[in-house]
Design a protein. Sequence first.
Lengths: 195, 243, 471
Amino acid sequence: MSSKDLILQRVQAAAPKGRTLPVVEQPANAAAFDVVHKFTEVLNAIGGKVVLLLQGQTVAEAVREVYGEAAILSVSQHATFDTLPDDAAANPHMLQNIEVALMDAQFGVAENGAVWLTENEYKVRALPFICTHLAVVLKRDALVPYMHHAYQRVNAGGDYDFGLFIAGPSKTADIEQSLVLGAHGPKTMTVFLVG
Amino acid sequence: MRVALFVPCYVDQFYPQVAIATLQVLERLGCEVHYPARQTCCGQPMANSGFEHLQHGCNELISELFDGYDYVVGPSGSCVLHIKHHLHANNEQAAARIRSRVHEFAEFLTDILKVEKIEAHFPHKVGMHQSCHGQRGLHLSQMTELVAEPFSKPEQLLRMVEGIEFSTLDRKDECCGFGGTFCVFEESVSAKMGKDRVADHARNGVEVITGADMSCLMHMEGILRRQKRNIRVMHIAEILNSR
Amino acid sequence: MSVEEQMIVPERKHLPTGEHAQLAEMFNRDEDRVNWHDETLWWIRQKRDKAAWQIPEWEWLRQTASGIKDYVLDNLHTLLQQFEAQAIANGATVHWAADAEEHNRIVHSILQQQGVARVVKSKSMLTEECGLNEYLHEHGIDVTDTDLGERIVQLAGEAPSHIVLPCIHWKKEEIGELFHKYLGTPEGNADPQYLTGAARMHLREKFLTRKVAITGVNFAVAETGEFVVCTNEGNADMGTHLADVHIACMGIEKLIQKREHLGVFLRLLARSATGQPTTTYNSHFRRPGPGQQLHIVLVDNGRSKQLASDDFRNSLKCIRCGACMNTCPVYRRSGGHSYHYAITGPIGAILAPNLDMKKHADLPFASTLCGSCSNVCPVEIDIHDQLYKWRQVLSQEGYAPKAKAVAMRGAAWVLSKPALYKLGGKVARLVLKYVPWLAANGLNPWYKQREMPAPPRQSFGEWYAKNHKQS
């Protein structure tokens, strides 16, 4: 008998109790808040930054202001900088010296300062990890309050091979609980709020 | 109302004043208190050590001695919790009756007698020790783990005492480390936990450590006396009985 | 050969053997260190409290997560098959391992197929449970643990001491010394920022050169065949997205039914673990990357046995957050290594005996049954009730120390006979009064750090008989 059959047989024999699934919906007593304000507050608290575009300012201008002369690779619909090499998806190692990567998020989650992106948009899985600084463009009206709403949007957003929530820069506190921003992923993460 | 007094074995033998205070407070509050003299122990020392199959002797005695009263009241959260959860006997109906009528002392006063006033005087600074089984098992007070409204039945009663002052502890409901036979089989951790509890009370200016379980207090008292600290332990019944 | 290639990583020392009580006693010899360890973990418990209190619906979340996991366990047979079918349709290869040995063989065989002798691995308690690192090492495979905490204990030749905070028992000066030895950082440098930067460079080289990445799985979704890996460091992603082969190892209980249920679990996980609203990365792997292979290894290793037990089934709901460890007053004062098992603390104590009762018979007794663990558990596992139940099982199976069994039988006998009990009590009080040294001596563990209780003149029973007339 294969291990699969053995395991399934044992699992089936383990006498399930026939319990029903609880109702999963956003409870009424959850706190209400302004999503932009909350998102900004939380992301700042976890080591990220939020930049609100000034009146008339373009994304490209706002991004340049933050990163100065650094080389910027963009896969964002909102700004053009250096572009991805054609074979980057097949050879992500070539991106190892990227300083700043700019990409678009589908939406953001206010309660935890996270943004959702998929490979469909930013093209190369490794990109938001291998760069030194991560920049993300997010529309203000694409903010939802809670993870409950987030998954409604994920489910409505079509198929993906790889998708993720990113909340701030990479970090660790493994050395005596001292928080260090910039572990193996980007050292900084900035969200540019547009619209 | 006819109340049977359950006295934990270590209170009977080493802290009789706690049982005396419990008896006196209950009587003063209008209860007709009976003391079944042949009682011994709730069986927890064996059960918590993995030997619940050996506690039938205790169970038989309890089901025989404590049936037929309106309530069974004991000055110990841990013993009462144990009886509530683990009392089974040949006379299962008696056991079921007792399980449904057994109360810890503080909860009996707040929930059944609904005491609103106590004539007692105790002008000292006390530290409230929230014994774990009473707190998390019987819900005598809210635990800090839960996102829920705070409350404390023992504290509610003690606040009726004239002159009493409460210290705020750094860790409100951390275990003291007694844990039954744990206190000897894991001596180093047990003693360290007790020392840390005592230090918390001492840091916060406590004169008297009080609680609803004498087992915790006995353990802390052992440490207090070894450290020659000027802090004493008293069961809440003793404070509620202070004039 | 670069400095990196020359570095010889120490072989993992075996997990300590011995009973929790003895190991805890050794841990307690350095009281300052115990205080430091205890205070650090208590601080993390407080961060968890702070995060939880910002969510009025926190207890609802716990109940809902618990209910979702109950449903999963009841329907595991169907959900496992659904997950496998979806994952295969997504282009993954799914393997089934009945036990730890088979898991290790499967992982190794994938590496052999690839002709690969060096891998990177992100945090996976499942692989710790199976002893994967040791197995691969024996077979000539170089494994680099890429989570910073795990890399630190790997360099030290130790096992992690906490399932989420692997080197919580290491001080920064000691880590500095370790990095000086293995990474060439300046002697005496204990700055966490600097040391992390050194680790970043050191591990980046591994990410860029290793062709196979092994990860764990936080949640696997039956409905879609995807799984989620949660990290703060981004090491799981740096490994997998730069590799040709991704091997994801998971216990069969890590399933959830629907993707939307992640909306409950991802709210609970990081807040319970460290007080963060979320881990930095929650990566949803659905299909292999371009040109990449994705292997998923489903592991039983005693889980189906635990599933069959009414008393202990709930332990399978665990999402490996570590909250129980952070709150446990015993864990904080004895350290993870005193639990001599890959999973430590309260949850370890109810999982380990299922696999080896003899080896882990001491663990359920390393507790006062205070119940704090059960009440921080995001999936409402009745940990302290299971600790009590394991005690009964272990004693019945004959794993109690003989002396204890004899003492308990003696106590039970005395306590069942009122006259004997009264006599015994009186004798004890007389001994304490007139020959105190019989109890107050070095052989009595109570007496080591505590005074004996002062013996009263009479018991309550005696007082009552003399002073109180029954009405």
